[in-house]
Design a protein around this ligand. Structure first.
Ligand code: FAD
Ligand code: DLZ
Ligand code: SF4
Length: 509
C-alpha cells in the first residue's frame, strides 16, 4: 500500500524518520512552499530563501534516489501545507500519509485535525534527529525543584560518550570550561574571513523570487551567503573547525565591531533544517581536540552548545508548551520600538546587532542575549512582541529553540525555569566584552546626564522596579544590597534618568 510522505522545510535530511523504510517504487513524497508557513511572521528574506532553496535541492536529491516528489513551488500558489497534501493525494491516491512531527506547537496542534480533513489515516512520527527524547527529559525533570542545563548536559555526555575518559570521568577532569570563555574583544588576533559560497541557478532563481514576493520582509538578499545542501553545509563546518574553532571558546562572548560572525560556527540554520547532524559535529570537534588542533576549552565550549543547550531548550519547549508561551514574569507590555525593524538607534551596540540581524538574519549569542535581549528586558518590552521579532528576523529561528531562549533566557519571562537569574547588565558589561563603546555617542562610564549610556540607568531602574522578586534570588543578593545602600536621592536621580532615557528611546505613546 502506498504512503504519502510530507517533508517540511526544516526536515531536509535522509535521516528524517518519515523517510526511513520508504520505498521509492511505491511511496510518494510531497513538499510545498506555502503562504501559511512563509507568512505567520514576517520571516527574514534570508530565512525564506534558505528554506526554499534547500527544499528544492533536497527534492532533486530525493528524485535522484528514485522517489516521486510532488513539489509545489511558490509560484503554484498553495495556501497551506494541508492544501498541498490534499492536492498530492489527488495526484497519487494513497492509503495513509505521514510526517515527522513538526518543530512548532502551532503546526503540531493544527495537524490534529488533518486525519479527518484528508480522509486517510495520518501519522506523525517522533523526531529522531535530536539526541535527547522528550520522554527521557520528562523522567529526568520529574521531581526536580529546579532544572539546570549543566546536569542534563553531563548525562548527555555520558549517554553518547563524548569528551569522556575511559573510566567515565570528564576529559581533563572538568565538565565545564565556561569560565575560560569570557574574554572581551580588544582586537587580540585576526578574524579569518569567510569565502563566498558558490551559488547555482536553482538558488539564484529562489533569491529573485523571494526578493520580489517578500520585499516588505527584513533582509538584504544581495548578501545571501548560506549553504543550501548538506554537502556544502558540511564544507562550511569543516572550514569552521579548521580556522575558527581554535579561538571559539576564548571569544565566545566577545562583541566585535568589525565582524558579525567572529569565531562562531554559523551552523545553527543548517542543523535546524536538517542539513547537518548534531552528533557528527560533536564527534568531529572532539576529534579536532584529540588531534591537538584546538584546546579542550574550545572543544567543550562548542560541544556544550550542541549536546547541552540545543537539546535542553527543545525539551523545555515541549514539556511546558502551550502554557510556556503565555508566561510573563515581569508583566512586560511596552510596545516594541519601531527602530527594532530598522536598526536606527544611536546606541551603537544595539545598532550593530539589530542591523546585522535584519540584513543578514544572523547575530551571535551574546548579541541576542546581552545586547538586544538585555535592552528588551530592561525596557520592559512586551514579551510576545519580542518573541515574535526573534522568530521573524533570524535565519535559524524555529519556535522550539527560539522561544525558550527569548522568553526564558533573555527576558526571564518563565520565572527562572531556564535561567537562575535575569541576564540583566549595565553598559559596563558591554564595554568589557567588546569595542562598540568607542564608536558610540554615549559613554558607559556615565550613569546620568547627557551622553550617559542608557543601559546604566535602565539597569538600576529594572532592579528597583523588581526589588521584591529579585531580593528572593540568592544570586541577586549582592546587587540588591548595593542598590539599597545608595542614598535615596541618588537612587531617585538614576530612576528619573532611566525614565527619561525610555521616553527618548521608545515611540511616543
Ligand atoms: P555558535 O556560537 O557557533 O554555537 C554552536 C551551535 O550551538 C549553534 O549553531 C546552535 O546550534 C547551538 N547553540 C548555541 N547556543 C544555543 C542555545 N542557547 N540554544 C540552542 N542551541 C544553541 N538558536 C537557534 O538555533 N535558533 C533561534 O531561534 C535562537 N534564538 C535565540 C534567541 C535568543 C534571545 C538567544 C539568547 C539565543 C538564541 N539562539 C537561537 C541560540 C544561539 O544564539 C544561536 O544558536 C547561535 O547564535 C547561532 O549561531 P552559531 O551557529 O554561529 O552558533
Ligand atoms: C519557516 C518555513 C517557511 C518560511 N516556509 C516553509 C514552506 O513554505 N514550506 C514548509 O514545508 N516549511 C516552511 N517553513 C518551515 C516550517 O514553518 C516548519 O516546518 C514549522 O515551523 C515547524 O518547525
Ligand atoms: Fe552600547 Fe552603552 Fe556602549 Fe553605547 S555606550 S555601545 S549604548 S553599552
Amino acid at each position: 500500500a502506498r504512503t504519502l510522505i510530507l517533508v517540511l522545510g526544516d526536515q531536509l535530511s535522509l535521516a528524517n524518520p518519515a523517510l526511513a523504510n520508504a520505498d521509492p517504487r511505491q511511496d510518494v513524497v510531497v513538499m510545498a512552499e506555502v503562504k501559511e508557513e512563509a507568512g505567520y511572521v514576517p520571516h527574514n528574506q534570508h530565512k525564506i530563501a534558505l528554506i526554499f532553496a534547500a527544499m528544492r535541492h533536497f527534492c532533486a536529491e530525493l528524485r535522484a534516489r528514485g522517489f516521486t516528489v510532488h513539489y509545489f513551488p511558490w509560484a503554484a500558489g498553495k495556501a497551506s501545507l494541508l492544501e498541498a497534501v490534499q492536492c498530492a493525494l489527488q495526484l497519487s491516491p494513497a492509503d495513509c500519509a505521514r510526517v515527522c512531527e513538526p518543530g512548532e506547537y502551532r503546526l503540531q496542534a493544527a495537524m490534529q485535525g488533518w486525519e479527518s480533513a484528508l480522509g486517510v489515516s495520518f501519522e506523525t512520527l517522533d523526531d529522531t534527529r535530536f539526541l535527547a527524547t522528550r520522554e527521557e527529559f520528562d523522567t529526568w525533570a520529574e521531581g526536580r525543584k529546579q532544572l539546570r542545563m549543566e546536569y542534563f548536559y553531563r548525562d548527555m555526555r555520558r549517554k553518547y560518550g563524548v569528551l569522556l575518559e575511559p573510566d567515565g570521568r570528564p576529559a581533563g577532569d572538568r565538565w565545564n570550561y565556561d569560565k575560560d570563555n569570557r574574554v572581551g574583544w580588544r582586537g587580540q588576533v585576526s578574524i579569518p574571513s569567510r569565502e563566498a559560497i558558490a551559488m547555482d541557478e536553482v538558488t539564484a532563481a529562489v533569491l529573485a523570487e523571494v526578493a520580489q514576493a517578500f520585499a516588505q520582509h527584513p533582509g538584504d538578499l544581495r548578501t545571501f551567503n548560506y549553504a543550501v545542501t548538506a554537502a556544502t553545509a558540511r564544507a562550511e563546518f569543516d572550514w569552521f573547525c579548521e580556522y575558527a574553532l581554535p579561538q571559539f571558546g576564548t571569544y565566545q562572548d566577545a562583541l566585535v565591531e568589525e565582524s558579525p560572525w567572529v569565531f562562531h560556527s554559523k551552523i545553527s540554520m543548517y542543523l535546524n533544517i536538517g542539513l547537518l547532524e548534531p552528533l557528527a559535529l560533536c564527534r568531529q570537534v572532539e576529534q579536532a581536540w584529540r588531534n591537538g588542533h584546538c584546546s579542550l576549552a574550545a572543544a567543550e565550549g562548542f560541544i556544550r552548545q550542541i549536546l547541552g543547550w540545543r537539546e535542553y531548550v527543545r525539551c523545555v519547549y515541549w514539556r511546558y508548551m502551550p502554557e510556556y508561551g503565555q508566561r510573563n514574569t515581569f508583566n512586560a507590555t511596552v510596545p516594541l520600538p519601531s527602530w527594532f525593524w530598522t536598526g536606527n538607534t544611536e546606541m551603537r551596540c544595539l545598532q550593530r546587532a539589530l542591523r546585522q540581524s535584519l540584513d543578514l538574519g544572523y547575530a551571535h549569542h551574546t548579541q541576542r542575549l546581552m545586547v538586544i535581549g538585555n535592552f528588551a528586558l530592561l525596557a520592559g518590552l512586551d514579551v510576545r512582541a519580542v518573541c515574535g521579532w526573534y522568530l521573524a528576523v533570524y535565519v535559524d529561528a524555529f519556535e522550539w529553540v527560539e522561544l525558550p531562549n527569548t522568553l526564558g533566557m533573555a527576558l526571564h519571562g518563565d520565572n527562572g525555569l531556564m535561567a537562575s537569574k535575569p541576564y540583566a547588565a549595565s553598559g559596563k558589561y558591554i564595554q568589557r566584552q567588546g569595542n562598540h563603546c568607542g564608536e558610540c555617542r554615549y559613554s558607559p562610564a556615565k550613569m546620568t546626564g547627557t551622553g550617559a549610556c542608557p543601559f546604566n540607568a535602565l539597569y538600576w531602574r529594572f532592579i528597583d522596579n523588581n526589588l521584591g522578586y529579585l531580593a528572593d534570588n540568592p544570586r541577586m543578593n549582592l546587587v540588591v544590597a548595593n542598590w539599597r545602600r545608595r542614598p535615596a536621592g541618588e537612587r531617585e536621580a538614576i530612576i528619573d534618568w532611566g525614565d527619561h532615557c525610555l521616553q527618548e528611546l521608545l515611540d511616543p505613546a
